[in-house]
Design a protein around this ligand. Sequence first.
Ligand SMILES: NC(=O)c1ccc[n+]([C@@H]2O[C@H](COP(=O)([O-])OP(=O)(O)OC[C@H]3O[C@@H](n4cnc5c(N)ncnc54)[C@H](OP(=O)(O)O)[C@@H]3O)[C@@H](O)[C@H]2O)c1
Length: 200
Amino acid sequence: MKIIVIGAAGTIGQKIVAAIEDGHEIIKVGRKSGDLHADITDPGSLKELFEKAGKFDALVNASGDVAYSPFRELDDSHFDVGYKSKFLGQVHLVTLGKDQINDGGSITLTSGILSHEFVPFGSAGSAMNSAIETFAQAAACEIGRGIRINVVCPGLLEESAKAYGSYFPGHIPVSGSKVAQFYKRSIFGVETGKVFLAIR
Ligand SMILES: NC(=O)c1ccc[n+]([C@@H]2O[C@H](COP(=O)([O-])OP(=O)(O)OC[C@H]3O[C@@H](n4cnc5c(N)ncnc54)[C@H](OP(=O)(O)O)[C@@H]3O)[C@@H](O)[C@H]2O)c1
């Protein structure tokens, strides 16, 4: 299978690539890293990416930002970060990628634990992670041509605990290799319209 992995050089992306690369053609994508370059917040760059990549069998995204803010300081700018990246960026991967993906292909997006479990400063992130999960579930119902769409919702990774653990008091981190198995299940399995909770 020909598989595009956006964010392949990242913490989760590297684990995904390690879990799926055997016997498959992997096209690694990042803004600066990878075989091809694209920014999910820039639809023009995504159109160029899909033109360059040609037809493919699976698209996986392991990139996308949300902003953290104390609730009292929360304003539109915090929602804007997640809206343009985690939400609309991934919506564009589906709406622009669907014309280049082969019949029966799969699209796997990424949300994050904030859609299901809440932490201080996380309101904007919770909303955007939830929004992309709901979009994917609805889009999976009508995309057609046997194309499957799923979302992996990772918990705090062990590999990221040092950097982000203070935002997640009391959370037990999950290993990146375990999280990668949920992406593998989405890519090579039969399920669609699912949110895989890779949180423990
Ligand atoms: N790590 C965690 O514990 C955790 C937990 C829950 C959810 N998540 C979610 O999982 C996703 C990946 O997290 P991560 O920790 O693996 O991130 P990461 O280590 O920062 O890696 C992100 C990767 O995506 C690329 N990238 C970043 N912004 C991009 C953009 N706008 N367009 C295209 N590529 C972009 C980066 O490469 P370039 O710099 O070359 O662009 C990099 O390879 C994020 O959506 C994050 O919210 C992570």
